[in-house]
Each structure stands twice: as structure tokens, then as C-alpha cells.
Design a binder for this molecule. Sequence first.
Ligand SMILES: [Fe+2]
Length: 304
Amino acid sequence: MRIAHISDLHLCMKFKRHNILNTIKLIRHALNNGAEHLVITGDISDNANDADFVIFRDILKQFNLLRPDKATIIVGNHDIFGGPQTAEDVYKFPQKCANTDYHRKLYRFIEHFRELFENTYRPTEEVFFPFVKVLDNILLIGLNTIDHYSKLKNPFASNGHVSKTQRKLFSQLLHRPEFKDKTKVVLAHHHFYKKDASTSSSEKTLWDKIEHFTMKLRGKKKLLKLFTENNVKLVLHGHSHEMMEYTRKGITFLNAGASIDSAVEPKTATYLIDIFPNLIKTNLSSVEAHLVAEPPILSIVGVE
Ligand SMILES: [Fe+2]
């Protein structure tokens, strides 16, 4: 089966209209190149607006992808908390995050894409993460890595965490004997590497430090242990806006965070992943993007 993995679309009718055009272009490109299933690992919207979710729902519908066997989606921090979109927003953003009803926003997100959660294995009818979806010999396991807002630990609501309960449910869901020989693929929003790992401490800029503090996934070690114990072969994620393939503990990781909203590449890109019973082949495929000049407002606070 060929899976197309894209992430961080940051759709926004008001401020990022070109992202909508680029998303349509990229999905068409993926389908023309043989993608049989589309995976989107969060930050579908830029500001958690219902109108932008409706736009993406319509895009999926147009391509006949609003079906559980054709597309799988997980939530990103922007889908719950949004992000600062103007210079003025930057100062108000922490208070906005503090006032956000996390569970209500999560439920709204799921409601917009309810069809994609059909035919999934879940802890209960009302709990949507973690979920397991069977696609032939593949198991897609969707996680919610979005941490709650905290004035000290998560001041821009962009850090990640997977609760102990969710980790326990993950193992329980995978315990079914019929899942034993399937290729296990985890979908998460946050990245599993330190963005500034290659930089020595003295070279780190204030920007690096802020970014590290506001973009990290807490409890990575516990998650990696969970993945190896459950024989996970591949992890698909986004959040950090770069395209990147890397390995951790023998598991392949793909970051498709710069599919659409890249600050450096004038291209849109998708990973095309061929999954065979004992082999996974990954291929980065890109198309020219629609370019619209915009002031780089978001980059000043390190929130992606
Ligand atoms: Fe994100």
C-alpha cells in the first residue's frame, strides 16, 4: 500500500489563503503519484477556526477522501489552541491559551472529521485517542500528543505530552492477537529529536533556547520504550516545519512538517511511503508552491 504523509497545513482563510491552494495542489500530486491513503499529522488549521476545518473537510470530500479507508487525521496544537496571527496577538496569546477549553476544542476537531474515525478501535465510543485503524496489513495508531496549557511548563501551548493513561491504552489496544503480524505505524504530532542537538551550548542563540523550551515533547524516552515494546516500525509526525527522515531505537521517523508552511522551501512536499509485509520504502516528492508574500509574524515567538 502507498501512503501519502503530509502535515502542518496551517489552513487559514484570513491570513494564509495560499496554504489552502497549496494543500489542494499537494493532495492532487499525491493521488496522481499513486497514493492510496492520506495521513495528516496535525495542525490542519492555523487558528483552530471552524471555518478552516470546514474548508479542509470540503477538500477531502472533493477528492473522495472523506472515508476512513482513504484518510486518517490526528490533532495538532494549532487545532486546539490556534496561534498568534498578528503582532498584537503575540502578547495576548498566552491568555488566549489559558482561556481555551481543551476538551471542547478537541471534540470540535473530531466532529469536523467524524467519518475518518469510523471503523477504528478505541478505548470507548467517546474516547478518540489513542485509536487503531486497520488498512490491509498495516495498523495506523493515532496519538494525541498535545499537552494542556501551563503558564510555566507550556506557556505557548505548543509543547507535547502523552499521558500515562494514553500509553496504557496504546498497549491494551495493540494486544489483540490478530494485530500481531501487522506493520505498526504510529501517528503523532510532535517531533522526537532535539532541534538544537547539533549546536554547542555556547552557540545557542536566544531563539534556539526559546524554540527548545516551547516546542518539545515531554516523555520521549517512555514513548520510545512503548514503541519498541510494541514492535512499531514507523512513526509519522510534523510540528517542526522541516522535512526529515531519521531513526531512533531502530524505528524510522518521518517529519512532514514542511509539507505546506515552510519558511525556506518554495515547494510543497509529501512523503510517499510504500509498505510491504517486511519492507518500508520512503520517498520525498515535491511540487512548486503558490507563493504569496506575507510578513513573517509567527516566527518571532517560535510557535509553529
Ligand atoms: Fe504544531
